[in-house]
Design a protein around this ligand. Structure first.
Ligand SMILES: [Zn+2]
Ligand SMILES: [Zn+2]
Ligand SMILES: [Zn+2]
Ligand SMILES: [Zn+2]
Length: 313
């Protein structure tokens, strides 16, 4: 019978029953033989003739509904537990977790160009970038990133990663000549809940005129959300290519990124590697953003002045 141990938060964690033939954890549909042994569906289908290997009685199409139900409700460990994931959840939620588990096998964020086929663990990604894509690595917040040879008349995509402590952020700039738009999106390699707790400030500064600047604030998305989906829904910094052109000098564009973690009221241990931000400040920033949906041209640290009001052109 399944063993149980007590997880402080979620009650007993049951080691889920295995199929006696393939030894995989059982999942629905589960079929029984005439004497009541349960086998997984793929083993049942593979039996030729359909005789139970345990008791030599005929297999039936009778499902073990109670066991299927128990498996759906049972708290289970993440399959990446052996490599460090301590996450436990009911079986019905596990599929979602596996998609965003930071211990899963990852593919290189630069695979979109078809140039890199690397896959590996999150903790190996930084070394991979240092070795193969050092140009696409943002090592510190506020580091000015300069994209050279930027041509806004050609579709293009630039992807950077920015490590912060144990966190890894992915920054994407997409030039879409058909829509005549440029998109900047920031994702955190984490589940959606953790990603939402992080807000970023993207700062695009003109290389000719320091007073020309766009500051955009938003929550991070999880990397489990497809970048394409974020760009399509425009839940990121979007600006016209003609506006972006005003920030480009001699085919170079410069931006910086600052990420902060919101401190929920119940927050226990602040992440020491990431600046904390007062939720009220972030709220104001959101309001500020709300007034200008695609871009905000005045940072919070800028002196107050007449330019704070929208200028009618
Ligand atoms: Zn089986
Ligand atoms: Zn049997
Ligand atoms: Zn996991
Ligand atoms: Zn790569």
């Amino acid at each position: 019978m399944a063993k149980a141990k007590v997880n402080q938060k979620m009650g007993p964690v049951v080691e889920l029953p295995e199929c006696p033939i393939c030894l995989d954890t059982m999942s629905a549909p589960i079929f029984q033989c005439q004497s009541g042994h349960s086998l997984c569906s793929s083993c049942t289908k593979a039996l030729m003739p359909p005789i139970c290997p345990l008791c030599r009685q005929a297999m039936t199409q009778v499902r073990n509904w109670q066991l299927e139900d128990l498996l759906l409700k049972a708290t289970m460990n993440c399959p990446n537990r052996i490599i460090g994931c301590a996450y436990t959840t009911v079986a019905s939620n596990m599929e979602n977790h596996i998609k965003e588990c930071i211990y899963r096998e990852m593919i290189c964020p630069l695979h979109v160009f078809g140039r890199c086929s690397w896959s590996g663990k999150l903790k190996e990604m930084l070394d991979h970038f240092k070795e193969h894509h050092s140009q696409n690595l943002i090592m510190t917040m506020d580091q000015k990133v300069t994209i050279n040879n930027l041509n806004i008349n050609e579709d293009d995509r630039f992807v950077y990663i920015m490590p912060q402590g144990k966190m890894m952020f992915i920054v994407t700039l997409k030039i879409d000549t058909k829509l005549k738009l440029a998109f900047f999106a920031v994702q955190l390699i984490a589940c959606q809940k953790i990603a939402q707790q992080h807000v970023y400030e993207l700062s695009i500064t003109s290389l000719q005129d320091k007073e020309r600047r766009v500051n955009y604030f938003d929550h991070c998305f999880s990397d489990a959300t497809e970048t394409r989906e974020i760009l399509q829904s425009a839940k990121c910094c979007v600006m016209s290519l003609s506006m972006l052109g005003n920030f480009i000098n001699k085919k170079s564009l410069s931006f910086s990124l600052n990420v902060q973690r919101l401190r929920p009221n119940y927050q226990r241990e602040p992440n020491k590697n990431i600046h904390q931000v007062n939720p009220n400040v972030a709220k104001n920033r959101q309001n500020f953003r709300g007034k200008s949906p695609s871009a905000v041209t005045h940072g919070p640290n800028r002196p107050k002045g007449p330019w704070k009001k929208p200028i009618n052109q």
